[in-house]
Design a protein around this ligand. Structure first.
Ligand code: UT7
Length: 403
């Protein structure tokens, strides 16, 4: 029997701090008029100290699980689409998995820049359709403000922070994610970069060169975006055996209203059929599509039975689209207050459990250090079971982990 991957929960979170175009005009030589005219952006949310990609993702994930009415311990997998992870390691999805108390779930990050959420949705749906997993949380979360050069007016006015998430669940009932397509053209990789990585380890030189900040060739990316948005939408609609006229709503990556309008003209569909909330969030990269999806649901633009295309494009260059037959009436997902109380308690318990696990590991580390010191004191030789670094002393002649 065929399995289908349905979206059964959704949630979004944007940090409370709002920065307007006028605020930015005090920082770089720009104006509200330029930003509105050229991009459609009016304001964006910026993460404060103490807020990270994982914490934004946890808030969005909690809301999505609440709507799905799903115990986090029942999740099989958490995928976090992001290009601004908390760390290079551990992955952000594992931090979200821990924060949610999704104790049975596997977790990994997926980086396909602004196409990341659509890629992750496609991977999650594939896992369910193949029978590997039954419940998957797909998160798109970004802290773009942390990789901005706040002296570069050509980029810093464009981006914002936020997160969105959906719960995918398997069912024998036809519907849900009907078709997906993904693509990449790495020859355009240099058009949109955040250069920090193993080619550019963090050094005084890379910091001084600004390699750790986002850089973009806006005009080239604009040209690519207007072409690929229409092309990828057509492809996924064709894959599902439908026509553009059958599509009730298109949720495109939110980078620029001019890109969205140009794509509508190329596809010959009314501009209102492409959802746009860019004015309030700016470009939130992998978070933009799920943030827009949740806003569209809240605005009553999504009904059971609708055909919806989510389409992304961005750094890589990458692009992707998913066509979903929406199967749940958002009105049926208003759970009673007591249920929210149950979820709230679960999250508090998950937090306490995580704290106890960390404390337990810390105590074990302290205990083994104390035992090693005692061994050295009693025998005058290093403990043969101690980690090699401790037995050999500092690395001879090696600087910064390089040979
Ligand atoms: O999510 C990833 C995908 N990203 C995108 O899809 C972004 C695609 N690109 C774009 O949306 C547009 O190319 C931008 C919004 C980034 C730029 O718009 P544009 O119409 O292509 O402007 P431009 O780069 O051609 O710049 C026009 C002028 C320049 O001045 P000169 O050289 O003509 O004197 C810029 O220096 O606008 C100037 N400019 C600004 N002026 C005021 C650039 N940024 C600003 C600014 N405020 N913030």
């Amino acid at each position: 029997m065929s399995r289908y991957a349905h979206i059964t929960g959704w949630g979004a979170y944007a940090p409370p701090r709002v920065v307007t175009n006028d605020d930015l005009s005090h920082l770089v030589p720009t104006t509200d008029e330029w930003i509105r005219d050229r991009t459609g952006i009016v304001e964006r949310h910026i993460a404060d100290e103490g807020e990270y990609t994982s914490t934004l993702g946890i808030r969005a994930g909690q809301r999505a699980l609440e709507v799905a009415g799903l115990d986090p311990a029942k999740l099989d997998l958490v995928i976090c689409a992001t290009s601004t992870p908390d760390y290079l390691m551990p992955n952000t999805a594992s931090l979200i998995q821990d924060g949610l108390g999704a104790s049975r779930a596997a977790a990994f990050d997926l980086n396909a820049a602004c196409s990341g959420f659509v890629y992750a949705l496609s991977v999650g749906a594939g896992m369910i359709r193949s029978g590997t997993y039954d419940s998957v949380l797909v998160v798109g979360a970004e802290s773009m403000s942390r990789v901005m050069d706040w002296t570069d007016r050509s980029t810093c006015v464009l981006f914002g922070d936020g997160a969105g998430a959906v719960v995918l669940q398997g069912s024998d009932r036809p519907g849900g994610v009907l078709a997906c397509e993904m693509g990449s053209d790495g020859s355009g990789g240099d058009l949109l970069t955040v250069g920090l990585g193993t080619r550019n380890p963090m050094t005084q030189d890379t910091l001084a060169a600004g390699d750790t900040f986002l850089k973009m060739n806006g005009q080239q990316v604009f040209r690519f975006a207007t072409r690929i948005l229409a092309e990828s939408t057509r492809n996924v609609v064709g894959k599902a055996g439908l026509e553009l006229a059958d599509i009730d709503l298109i949720i495109p990556h939110q980078a620029n209203t001019r890109i969205i309008e140009a794509a509508a003209r190329k596809m010959d569909v009314p501009a209102e059929r492409l959802f746009c909330n860019l004015d309030r969030y700016g470009n939130t990269s992998a978070a933009s599509v799920p943030l827009a999806l949740v806003d569209a649901i809240d605005a009553g633009r999504v009904r059971a039975g609708d055909h919806i295309v989510m389409v992304g494009f961005g750094g890589g260059l990458t692009w992707g689209a998913c066509l979903v037959e929406w199967s749940i009436s958002p009105r049926d997902r208003a759970w009673p207050l007591w249920w929210r109380g149950v979820q709230w308690t679960r999250y508090r318990l998950a937090g306490a459990k995580s704290f106890l696990h960390r404390a337990d590991r810390r105590l074990a580390t302290i205990g083994s250090r104390v035992r090693r010191r005692e061994h050295e004191r009693d025998n005058g030789t290093p403990d043969a079971h101690a980690p090699r670094a401790e037995r050999n002393g500092p690395a001879n002649g090696r600087v910064n982990g390089r040979l």
